[in-house]
Ligand binder design. Structure first.
Ligand SMILES: *Cc1c(COP(=O)(O)O)cnc(C)c1O
Length: 224
């Protein structure tokens, strides 16, 4: 089941890339495995999936331990990180895609340095300006970028967003375009090579707007 679903999603990613005049290899698939058992990640791994997204620090830590025998497994933190969880996340995650405040950048940088590693990060931007959502507001993105740049143990990959929900996935396109425009306003693809945007219901639209990483959960692992 997971293998078939993964293959279908990969085929749709490739088709969306070609429709956008882009090379399919430009788009990475992050399989979002939150709340799913380690056995589901093993199934996906057997179908050649290597990159997974997790939302909760403890769950990520548990899966890291349970799946320690899988070489090349990449576990990205895509959920909100409370400052008191920075230590554990900086030690065990391969990347944190939800840095949204200078304080968290400082704490992750300090903890990654103490662990003797360089942690990949993305900055989460609240492009819709929704009060209940995490992510830095577009006008304060520069402050978080500066804070990340001051941490030698953080490697900045790019920007990430979760747009406001719209019934019609086409409604998300302006928000994806907004993230791309912010990237262009803050150094372009050289400074910020990756754009993480697009989920199960709107990854095709995100690819049309320049996404380089789609985060797909339910379309692969089923409903949560
Ligand atoms: C859960 C989650 C996803 C995946 O959502 P699906 O709709 O299941 O594809 C992607 N990104 C983030 C930040 C999430 O929390």
């Amino acid at each position: 089941m997971i293998r078939e679903a993964l293959e279908a999603v990969r085929a749709e990613i490739d088709a969306a890339a070609l429709a956008a005049g882009r090379a399919p290899a430009e788009i990475e698939l992050c399989a979002v495995s939150k709340t799913k058992p380690a056995s589901s990640l093993r199934e996906a791994y057997a179908a050649c999936q290597r990159v997974f997204g997790e939302n909760y620090a403890q769950e990520l830590a548990d899966k890291r331990a349970e799946l320690a025998d899988l070489p090349g497994l990449v576990l990205r933190m895509i959920g909100h990180v409370q400052t008191n969880k920075a230590r554990v996340v900086a030690r065990i995650a391969d990347a944190v895609d939800t840095v949204d405040r200078p304080e968290l950048a400082r704490e992750l940088g300090r903890r990654a340095a103490a662990a003797g590693r360089v942690l990949s990060v993305m900055i989460e931007v609240n492009v819709g300006g929704e009060a209940q959502k995490h992510g830095v507001s577009p006008d304060r993105l520069g402050e978080v970028l500066d804070a990340v740049a001051r941490e030698p143990s953080l490697a900045l990959e790019g920007l990430m967003t979760v747009p406001p929900h719209t019934e019609d996935p086409a409604g998300a396109r302006p928000y994806f375009a907004r993230l791309r425009a912010l990237r262009d306003a803050h150094g372009g693809a050289r400074a910020l090579p990756r754009l993480s945007m697009g989920m199960s219901h709107d990854f095709r639209e995100a690819i049309l707007e320049g996404s380089t990483m789609v985060r797909v959960g339910s379309a692969i692992f089923g409903a949560r």
